[in-house]
Design a protein around this ligand. Structure first.
Ligand code: AMP
Ligand code: MG
Length: 352
């Protein structure tokens, strides 16, 4: 049985939080909003509770979890060592959508980190997440609250679509504001490496670090037990094919029109997930459109991205069309999620 509790996102009721915190302390699974997406939480120090996360999601045991803390000063609970660079980054970005990879403390069960000697740590800023972790009094391991490989949930309804009956409590505080997952930066290596673009833009990290940040390639790093599936090629994906047009806006719009024509003629239920300015240009084709907001407002686009994928999928689209945006700021995270969601990627030929 899943208990769904509504809670005010800005001022969560302490009684509701206490109930969810008790479920966490007694080994239960609690889905809760963070500023990025909804998380599926369990007591990170309770191996059996952590095992339930993997079972509920159908997540492979080699994919490690992020541990959530109420404040950066608690990092020593789960990390053997907190490098100076981590303190510097957190003084700017905590609480917020930045996950740091740190040397693991022996207290953290191997199950959480998939046998790695490092642990992923984040201090979320969402008032409900903060209140819950604080009230539980334990570090909270929480991946996104979706079935493994599916689109991450940005509403409680999304959580229930994937996990009704297998999660004990869902805290419903409405849509999550950032809408894409946290940025993951590995500061256990020197220099730090970006493992996943997310809610904190790469440029913002570079401004604090004072040097360019390299993005990890999808291949398994040497000496690591297995790939980290945030980096798997197909992930965050809807259950229907997604064609991604990866190139300049004019090219992408033209190609999308031509492709939609062909697919519609074949009887497909074609839908498109596009910046607001493209929606007007595509409306005459009669396909379903999900406008993500104007492309100059990447934060708005990011916040609507997963909602769009899930909406089009649940409304019966048999193929979804989308295009990339400029690779700046949150555009890096948006494009990363679109590429991993895609079954077909069409790239513009390089121009001479
Ligand atoms: P999710 O919470 O579902 O967004 O997934 C968490 C992601 O964090 C995983 O896909 C991993 O890529 C990453 N992660 C967690 N722990 C580690 C770690 N110790 N080293 C590298 N990546 C990690
Ligand atoms: Mg996930």
């Amino acid at each position: 049985m899943t208990l769904v509790l509504s809670v005010d996102p800005a001022a969560p009721d302490p009684d509701v939080i206490a109930r969810a915190a008790e479920a966490l302390r007694s080994g239960g699974l609690v889905a809760f909003p963070t500023e990025t997406v909804y998380g599926l939480g369990a007591n990170a120090l309770d191996t059996r509770a952590v095992a339930r996360i993997f079972a509920a999601k159908g997540r492979p045991a080699y994919d490690p979890l992020i541990v959530h803390l109420a404040r950066a000063e608690d990092a020593a609970l789960v990390a053997r060592e907190v490098p100076e660079v981590a303190r510097r980054l957190w003084s700017r970005f905590a609480p917020g959508p930045l996950t740091l990879i740190l040397p693991k403390h022996p207290r953290v069960p191997a199950r959480v980190t998939a046998g790695r000697d490092t642990v992923a740590v984040r201090i979320p800023s969402h008032p409900v997440a903060r209140a819950l972790i604080e009230a539980a009094g334990v570090p909270v391991a929480a991946p996104s609250a979706n079935r493994f490989g599916h689109v991450s949930p940005t509403t409680a309804a999304h959580v229930l679509e994937d996990l009704a009956g297998v999660v004990d409590v869902v805290l419903d505080a409405g849509p999550t504001p950032v809408g894409v997952e946290s940025t993951i930066l590995d500061v256990s290596r020197e220099p730090p490496v970006l493992l996943r673009p997310g809610g904190v833009p790469r440029e913002a990290l570079e401004a604090v670090l004072g040097h360019p940040v390299r993005i990890a390639t999808a291949s398994t790093p040497e000496g690591e037990p297995a790939p980290a599936p945030g980096t798997l090629p197909r992930h965050y994906a809807p259950r229907v094919p997604l064609w991604l047009f990866d190139g300049p806006p004019d090219w992408a719009r033209t190609m999308m029109r031509e492709t939609a024509h062909v697919l519609l003629a074949q009887g497909e239920q074609v839908a498109a997930l596009v910046p607001a300015e493209d929606a007007a240009a595509l409306r005459d084709l009669g396909m379903q459109l999900f406008p993500l907001g104007p492309s100059e407002d990447l934060a708005h686009m990011a916040a609507r991205l997963f909602e769009g994928l899930r909406t089009l999928e649940s409304q019966g689209a048999t193929v979804i069309l989308a295009r990339t945006v400029p690779n700046q700021g949150l555009g890096l995270a948006i494009n990363d999620r679109l590429r991993r969601a895609a079954t077909h990627v069409l790239r513009a030929a390089a121009r001479l």
